[in-house]
Design a protein around this ligand. Structure first.
Ligand code: ADP
Length: 199
């Protein structure tokens, strides 16, 4: 499958999600991550360490894509409507990560308005970097999105320092030696399973 990760705001974990969902898909079949974000964060991540899948930039992607079972595309933040149209057209699922806070949700609303304007329906919201209990922010925002009948993953990704360490090391969260790192990986495995189940 081809999945695209997009967001109207930086810092919502777009690249971290692209990297970890590509790692999940790699456990199912050969996976390619296309780094179409001009910041080239995914490319930098791959260069710092050792990822179990290939990362290339969008200029080299058209021919390479044919050889893979799954493709994940990390895109530039703040796409304009025309970009979103092309992005949704070219993939099986558009994933919109957002953090459960007011500023990110404002940006999400803009994205959703654009998607509705172009009649897109293959997209799902991923609640990301969810603060730990006693905060109820993650759950509250999920229920709010559901009440608005918006497509949202049941599983959200929790906020863990291990994700920042993984980015620094150029690896995956499961390789970080920290008690809760496995829980972070488990979140992405569950998101990946939901993704495949809905495909
Ligand atoms: P974006 O691509 O949306 O700008 P990044 O993936 O670069 O977002 O993440 C932004 C920052 O948040 C980085 O410092 C990253 O390490 C951190 N981050 C991402 N996901 C998590 C998480 N689940 N828990 C804690 N920090 C995270």
């Amino acid at each position: 499958m081809i999945i695209t990760i997009a967001s109207f705001k930086g810092g919502v974990g777009k690249t971290t999600s692209a990297i970890h969902l590509a790692a999940f898909l790699q456990s199912q079949g050969e996976t390619l991550l296309i780094d179409a974000d001009p910041n080239r964060s995914a490319t930098g991540w791959a260069q710092r360490g050792d990822l179990p899948f290939e990362v290339i930039d969008e200029w080299r992607s058209p021919r390479r894509m044919r050889n893979f079972d799954h493709v994940v595309i990390d895109t530039q933040a703040r796409p304009v409507q025309r970009d979103l149209e092309l992005l949704t057209d070219g993939c099986d699922l558009l994933i919109l990560p957002t953090t459960p806070d007011v500023l990110a949700l404002d940006a999400l609303v803009l994205t959703l308005e654009c998607l509705q304007a172009i009649g897109a329906n293959r997209y799902r919201i991923l609640l990301n970097i969810i603060p730990p209990k006693p905060s109820r922010e993650g759950e509250t925002v999920k229920q709010m999105l559901k009440a608005a009948e918006l497509p949202v993953f049941e599983t959200g990704v929790r906020r863990l320092a291990a994700f920042q360490k993984a980015a620094r090391a150029g690896g995956l969260v499961y390789a970080i030696k920290e008690a809760r790192a496995a829980e972070g990986w488990q979140d992405y495995v569950q998101v990946g399973q939901e993704m495949l189940a809905g495909a």
